[in-house]
Every structure is written in C-alpha cells, then in structure tokens.
Design a protein around this ligand. Structure first.
Ligand SMILES: Cc1ncc(C[n+]2csc(CCOP(=O)(O)OP(=O)(O)O)c2C)c(N)n1
Length: 493
C-alpha cells in the first residue's frame, strides 16, 4: 500500500515479545505510529476504525504483560483486534483488509497462532475463555485473557458466562474495555452503573485529583497529612460511587477503573493479576476514536465502521448510493405516521438498521435493547400481546441467535410481529460469519405462519411472497439486501 506513514518502531516488531525491550517513551511513540497507520490504512480499505483507535495502549499493555500465544488473548466480537493484528502478523495484510483472499476483519486462526477463535458475533468471548481456562487447567499453566466491551456485556451470553465463571472460580482474566458505547451509547442498567464509575475515574477526574494532591502537599507543615486525608476521602468516594458489588457478588475479583491510556498502570495491573488465583475483572476506561478528532467528534458512532474516506476531511470517498437500508428507514417512518401502533426495536444497531429517522421522530416508540437479539424478539412478542405492531430490525446474521425465540415466542403464539432483516444473503466484507443465512427462506422453513417478501417481489405476492418457505426456494434478498418477514396474526391479541 502506498502513502502509508513511516513507522520505524512498528517496523522493528516481529513478535509481540519485542515490545518488552522498549522504553516507556518508545511505547508512547509506537502508539502514535500505530494510530497514524490505522487511520491511513483504514481510510483506503474501510473497516472498523473507532474501536481500534481506542484500544492501542490497552493492546500494547496486554502484549507486554502476557506472553502470547502461550497466554491466550481473546477479543470478544473481534472487531477491535487490528492493533493485535499489527503486532502478530505481517502488516501488508492490511492492504487487502476484508477483501476476498485478504486479511480478515476479525481474529482468524489461519492467519496467526496468536488468534484462537473466528468470532464477530458479540458476547461470546467469556464463554470461549471459560471453556479454554477449564480445559487448560490440568496441563497448561498459561493464562486466558478476554477483552470484552461494555456493549458486548449487554448480551445475555456474557451474563451466562459470568455466572458460570464466578461459580466455578475459573481462572480467567476479563478486561472490560469500557468506552460507554456500542455503536451508539450503550444501553442498559449495568451500563449506567459502570458510567457512574466512569465519571469518577475518567482521565479528567484523575487529573483533578492529581492537582488537588499537589495543592495539598504544598501547604506548609501539614501538607503531607492533608494529602493523606484527601486521599482517604477520595477512596471513600470511590467506594461510595463505584461499588464493586455487581461483579464481586457474582464471585469475581474487581479491579479498577483504570485509565486506558496509562500504559504503566495497565501493565502493572495486568502483571499483578497473574498472582490472583480465581477470576478477575479489570475495568479499563477508553474512548472510542481516541486520537483522531473526526472520530472522537462523530456523534453517531465515533466512526465505528467506515468505508473508504479522506483522512484529512474524514469525508467518504465516492458518491453515496441510496441503500436498501435508507429506503426502508423512510418507508418505516411513513408507515409509522399512518399507524400509531407501530413500534420499532433494534439490538444496538439503530442507525445501521436505518432507524435513525424513526428514532428522531418517535423516540417513545423506539426501543434499543442492547446487543440482545433474543430478548429483542421476545420483547416484541410481549409488545404485540398488548395490541402494538412491533417491527424488529436486526441484521440477518444476528437473528440466527434468536431463532428459538422467533419460533416459540412469536410464531407459536401467532403474533403480528414484522422482522426486517438487513444484509440478508451473501454480504461480503465481514466474512463467513456475517452472511445472512438466517434470512427469510430459512426461517420460513422452520417456523409456521411466515410471509416473506423481499426486494423484487410483486405486489400480488407472486415471485416469492407466501406462507412458509417461499415458492421457488429462497427468495429473500441476496447480496446484502434486505428481507422483511411478517408473522400474520393468528388471533386478535
Ligand atoms: C450478536 C451481535 N449483534 C450485533 C453485532 C454488531 N456489533 C458489532 S460491534 C458492536 C458494538 C460493540 O460494542 P462494544 O462491545 O462495547 O465494543 P466497542 O466497539 O465499543 O469497542 C455491535 C452492536 C454483533 N457483532 N454481534
């Protein structure tokens, strides 16, 4: 790839262990090199930018403290593993990031011995980690470390794993990468709880605290005592507003919050937890898009995922095409103006699923339930049981997780729920895990009572629309299109 910035420090890294020979100053410079590389490279190929800019220092600290691949570092979801990739395999792979035959946008076992799972669906990391740690207990003394975002922590699987890990006291190191965001601000009760800790321990709080410490120390004669008293007060405050109860009640040790841009603090803490026997959760505060002002300032999702763009202006390259998603967003808005019972549900993908205009116009009829597709579907069933007309907007690939809820909670009850499956069919860039194989035809085959129209269907229903599996086989939208599924009401709710 041409026009990439010079990266003399990064060029010297062949293995993550090379990081251990670097000084603190070199590490800080390396972090800047990596950020510049990511911005320039992703501006050409597209990819996940904001999440990766946020975890540069965190990734460096992890790879200095742990001995990968002897210690296994896992990334929940995996979209934030670009820095890990830069440290563990030839960098030229980035020239064909997310292209056929090129580097995957997620961890991939065929690319590197430092990758252990091919994920991309959120909230699975803790379960993988728990299984590996149990399996390695007898004959493999290495650590299992899993980095999970606060967004991924809204998914039910993450709680199932936490519950099990706490109960069994499985030796797992969980690093909670808390940037307060999924795509949009993370939704949920636990997030509010974490956010309280964030306000107390965010970098600005630490700076203020240091300034107060300095002020108190400089008061003649009694300075030291005042400083100690001030520190006790601050610790008390932290206990008050940052109770560890949630994780500790589940049986995990809780450490943090830690500033995700303080390399020394993170590295020291990661090394210390190796002495802790059981499961431990380290709460690290980061910022999505850190170090690139257009990403930091982007209100929608801090440039979570981008197509090719101009790194100076941060504007997309090429003219914007109207997508199925845009058309759907407009159509839903028009329908909602006509039908007051219509409500829309997303699992943390509001703007990506075209719900931006709807959410702005009807905030009281818009539900973002977090990365919780199973809950979204049964929640829609509950809404439908009260006479509302829910429209569930989920990427086709993520609905796979909720097929049981579709069949049992919606279909069996004959409820009037409409599913709009974005990116149905073959989707491309994100690789095999993102293909929309759960789209209309397949669901229709498994669940009674579906009507399955897709783009190209005729108004009279010929050409695919119908009950159950569409005539002529799979007629849902291929190639990243959109597929609407409608469960007809069987009885009045
Ligand atoms: C089951 C599932 N639903 C939705 C998504 C789409 N998705 C990818 S990343 C993401 C946000 C993840 O937030 P977080 O875990 O906090 O990581 P961050 O991007 O903030 O680093 C979402 C919703 C997904 N990958 N998997």
């Amino acid at each position: 790839m041409t026009d990439l910035p010079a990266t003399p420090l990064l060029d010297g890294i062949r293995e993550p262990s090379d990081l251990r020979g670097m000084t603190d100053a070199q590490l800080r410079d390396l972090a800047q090199e990596i950020r510049q590389f990511l911005i320039t490279s992703v501006s050409k190929t597209g990819g996940h930018l904001g999440p990766n800019l946020g975890v540069v220092e965190l990734t460096l600290a992890l790879h200095r403290a742990f001995d990968s691949p002897h210690d296994r570092i896992l990334w929940d979801t995996g979209h934030q593993a670009y820095v890990h990739k830069l440290l563990t395999r030839p960098r030229d792979g980035f020239a064909r990031l997310r292209k056929l035959g090129g580097m995957s946008g997620y961890p991939n076992r065929s690319e590197s011995p430092h990758d252990f799972v091919e994920n991309s669906h959120a909230s699975t990391g803790l379960s993988y980690a728990a299984g590996m740690a149990e399996g390695m207990r007898a004959n493999h003394p290495g650590e299992v470390v899993v980095v999970v975002g606060d967004g991924a922590l809204t998914g039910g699987m993450a709680y199932e794993a936490l519950n099990n890990i706490g109960h069994r006291k499985t030796r797992v190191v969980i690093v909670l990468n808390d940037n307060g965001r999924s795509y949009a601000p993370t939704i949920g009760g636990l997030t509010q709880h974490l956010a309280q800790q964030f306000t107390v321990l965010n970098p600005r709080f630490e700076t203020t605290k240091r300034r107060v410490d300095r002020l108190l120390r400089d008061v003649p004669a009694v300075g030291d005592k005042l400083q100690a008293a001030g520190r006790r007060m601050k610790d008390g405050l932290r206990e008050l507003v940052a109770p560890r109860t949630f994780f500790e009640d589940l049986g995990l040790k809780y450490i943090g919050p830690i500033d995700g841009y303080n390399l020394e603090d993170m590295e020291r803490t990661f090394k210390q937890v190796k002495q802790v026997g059981g499961p431990v959760l380290i709460h690290v505060i980061t910022r999505k898009g850190f170090g690139y002002p257009p990403a930091e300032q982007d209100e929608i999702d801090h440039l979570h995922g981008v197509s090719a763009f101009d790194p100076v202006t941060a504007q997309p390259i090429g003219s914007k095409k109207v997508s199925y998603t845009d058309v759907f967003g407009e159509a839903l808005l028009a329908e909602a103006q006509r039908e007051p019972k219509l409500v829309a549900i997303t699992a943390a993908m509001g703007s990506s699923a075209g719900l931006g205009p709807f959410a702005a116009a009807f905030p009281d009829r818009f539900y973002d339930v977090g990365i919780a597709e199973q809950h979204a579907v049964t929640f829609a069933a509950g809404l439908a049981m009260t006479g509302l007309r829910p429209v569930v907007c989920i990427y086709s690939t993520f609905l796979q997780r909720a097929l049981d809820q579709v069949m049992m909670d919606v279909c069996l009850h004959g409820l009037p729920v409409t599913f709009v499956l974005d990116r149905a069919g073959i989707t491309g860039d994100d690789g095999p895990s993102h293909h929309g194989i759960s789209s209309g035809g397949r669901v229709g085959g498994a669940a009674a009572g579906w009507r399955c129209p897709g783009p190209g269907h005729r108004k009279d229903g010929a050409g695919g629309a119908g009950r159950g599996r569409p005539p002529g086989g799979r007629r849902d939208a291929g190639h990243g299109g959109q597929c609407a599924l409608h469960q007809a009401p069987r009885s009045a709710p």
